[in-house]
Design a protein around this ligand. Sequence first.
Ligand SMILES: NC(=O)c1ccc[n+]([C@@H]2O[C@H](COP(=O)([O-])OP(=O)(O)OC[C@H]3O[C@@H](n4cnc5c(N)ncnc54)[C@H](OP(=O)(O)O)[C@@H]3O)[C@@H](O)[C@H]2O)c1
Length: 316
Amino acid sequence: MIGAALAALPIAPSRLGFGCASLGSRVAPAAGLDALAAAFDAGVNWFDVAPAYGAGHAEALLGRFLRGRRDRAIVVTKVGMAPPRRLGAMRLAYALGRPLAARAASLRRGFRGLAATRNRHLPLTADLIERSIGESLKRLGLDTVDVYALHDPDPADVARQDVRAALARVLDRGQARAVAVAGGFDACRAAVAAGAPYSALQTAVADLEYGGAELAGAGLLLVSHSVFGVGGGALERLAARLAAAPQRHRRLVAAGYSADRRRAAAELLLDCALADNPDGVVLASMFDAAHRAADLARVRRPASAMALGLLDEALA
Ligand SMILES: NC(=O)c1ccc[n+]([C@@H]2O[C@H](COP(=O)([O-])OP(=O)(O)OC[C@H]3O[C@@H](n4cnc5c(N)ncnc54)[C@H](OP(=O)(O)O)[C@@H]3O)[C@@H](O)[C@H]2O)c1
């Protein structure tokens, strides 16, 4: 089935994918378009978006970016979540907060924590699935997306006959090339059990570590995200552990990792995510130029067994 998803795609995916969750919300449109172009020029061709992303602006912005580049990009969009309700208040908050958020990681985390910035689940119906893809294609300015995913679905909905039939019709009409589940471990497991039309799974790195063998064994194309933990929690914990064990950090520095503990922790976590998903795509938020450069460097320089062993030791 990994073959099924890959065969459906017109080009081979890059190892890193660009996550567009903040495009047009926390990240202003012009800065977002620049970041997309920089990542694309550096070889990233997988773009992950959803109707809810960027407070509802991300698909249209990604569509603008794709003009003249469509045949060199893989586009994933989703169905099942809508942007937050209080968009007027949010727009104002983003406009006021962006200049500060660009400089302060704590404020970036604050944006994510605001109830007003949280996306809303929609009841998953056949009608929604068939209507939403049309609306997404219109916003993106495309005739087809490469992957159409159920966005954080209830595991029970993944197996529903009417849901699978609606997704199959989307494929038959050529509105998407492949269908996926983008959700937690149980939803992904339900997709594996259901079989067709699902040929790809998108889930958090932590879920892959927990159930990776089961999910990877199913042979679907795997896309992983939340490398640094939800809200960066895993990154903070690993950096603290390196601080508590300076000899480990010294061994890492000798192996080429950053002398800055937080940066070394980020490098290790991304190495681990790439190693855990060797044939798939790892998503990252690549709006920040320094983060983007650091993340792209990991793909060019695969982790050594020693480094991954050290990560296991540090996390034990
Ligand atoms: N259900 C789903 O399908 C689902 C769920 C979650 C996420 N996603 C997708 O995955 C994408 C990425 O989201 P994520 O949660 O996985 O975010 P992430 O890339 O893990 O980013 C989380 C935090 O880590 C920071 N970061 C990135 N690279 C770093 C580096 N090298 N060093 C230090 N910090 C770094 C980011 O900062 P900056 O933002 O400032 O660079 C951000 O604050 C989303 O945009 C979305 O497309 C999908």
